[in-house]
Design a protein around this ligand. Structure first.
Ligand code: HEM
Length: 397
């Protein structure tokens, strides 16, 4: 047996969650299309991943159908109210065809109605005021609180709901999409879905969703509206906080990068922000399903196969990005895939970009007196599809 055939994609490889990139590099170099034990195909190279993302030969898989089938097993001998399939019924990343088009258009229009610049600036001020006397900071908490302040205003979360609970809610919902989730965790996710039903005001965002759905003559139930609210919070919260935390953690390691941020003009700042999205790739994989049987690079992919597209690996592919493991502030061109591509391209990409544009300088200016606290190890959670930090300690210099 040669070396190539021994490479097995396995996110439980030792050290993967701390640093997935060594393992992904090996997969990309030795076996760039991997067939997994459940007949899924995993793609690691940029050219393959981008081609599939942009092709019309693939659908996305229905998460709520999966839950409908699994719920009798997940809730066997339990008196919990099964809510996983209802909660995810309008999760736009798992819809196809007209249903996808409609929900995407409604969410897209609803986002446009906000003065985001003002919300971000106020949130940055509140955040730095809150942390002004701290000598030790957990960067992931700092970034999560910042995104919470934005999400709270965008989606109208009632102001008595605590930051900690909303953060947990968003994280548990995100976990519902991950691989190899045990039954009791699904039950916990279910109870967070139910908890979240009461956290929203009749906010402007919620009104917009109803208004734009009416415009399309769609009669959405309260469950449908809640499903859209829940996916909006989860999508806006998870990836943004981790992207920002990973970015700040890297910047604080390097005085040159600190200076670069503080002295950058608009163009330089925009280039750096794209590079930080590429580097951190907080959503590490996205999924497509083949509509028909197809041949890809001499490999036959049967109809209805699941394809895991490793965005994180594609974004570190040296065939496209020179020195891929380095942050190169002026990298240009930078056609990274951190926001996916094709019909399902991230709906919040402009929001994520604006968040970074308005917050990065004030945050680095506030945090430049801090350095990485090497006396305590950084911690990463055991999530596969999203790269999620558990603890990123910094301390006063
Ligand atoms: C750094 C921040 C973010 C990153 C890296 C990111 C990344 C992604 C990726 C990779 C996808 C899947 C695309 C695909 O499969 O082709 C996605 C979808 C999506 N994202 Fe984001 N995202 C971010 C922030 C946001 C924010 C702030 C929002 C909302 C305010 C958002 C809302 C969505 C939605 C609704 C979808 C589903 C789109 C669809 O299926 O049509 N994202 N995102």
């Amino acid at each position: 047996m040669d070396r190539e055939s021994k490479i097995v994609w396995n996110p439980y490889t030792k050290g993967y969650f701390n640093d997935p990139y060594q393992h992904l590099k090996e997969c990309r170099e030795k076996k760039p299309i991997h067939k997994g034990i459940h007949d899924e195909f995993v793609f690691f190279k940029y050219t393959d991943v981008s081609k599939i993302l942009r092709s019309n030969d693939y659908n996305v898989s229905r998460l709520n159908t999966y839950f409908k089938e699994k719920e009798p097993y997940i809730f066997k001998n339990s008196d919990a109210c099964p809510y996983l399939s209802k909660g995810t019924q309008k999760w736009v990343m798992y819809l196809n065809g007209n249903e996808h088009k409609n929900v995407r258009s409604i969410i897209g229009k609803s986002f446009k109605e906000f003065d985001l610049e003002k919300i971000i600036e106020e949130s940055t001020d509140t955040l730095n005021e809150y942390y002004k006397s701290s000598s030790n900071i957990d960067l992931i908490n700092y970034c999560s609180y910042f995104i919470f302040l934005i999400v709270e205003k965008l989606f109208g979360i009632k102001n008595f709901e605590s930051f900690e609970k909303v953060k947990k809610y968003s994280n548990m919902l995100a976990k519902s999409q991950d691989l190899f989730i045990p039954r009791q965790i699904y039950q916990e996710i279910n109870s967070w879905f139910l908890w979240g039903k009461d956290i929203f005001h009749d906010s402007k965002y919620k009104e917009n969703i109803k208004f734009f759905a009416n415009q399309l003559n769609l009669e959405y139930s309260d469950e449908d509206i809640y499903s859209i609210m829940s996916v909006s919070v989860m999508a806006a919260f998870e990836t943004s906080k981790d992207n920002l935390a990973i970015a700040l953690f890297e910047i604080l390691k390097d005085q040159k990068l600190i200076n670069h941020v503080l002295n950058s003009d608009t163009k330089e700042l925009n280039l750096l922000i794209e590079e930080l999205f590429r580097f951190s790739s907080p959503l590490q994989y996205t999924i497509r399903v083949s509509k028909e049987s197809i041949e890809h690079d001499n490999i036959v992919i049967p109809a209805k196969s699941k394809l895991y597209l490793c965005l994180a690996s594609a974004n570190r592919d040296p065939e496209i990005f020179m020195n891929p493991d380095k942050i190169i502030p002026n990298r240009d061109p930078n056609d990274h895939l951190a926001f996916g591509g094709g019909n399902h391209f991230c709906l919040g990409a402009q929001i994520a970009r604006q968040e970074m544009r308005y917050c990065l300088k004030p945050m680095v200016s506030f945090l430049k007196k801090f350095t990485i606290d090497n006396t305590q190890p950084a911690k990463w959670t055991r999530q596969i599809f999203m790269r999620t930090a558990g603890f990123l300690p910094i301390k006063l210099k």
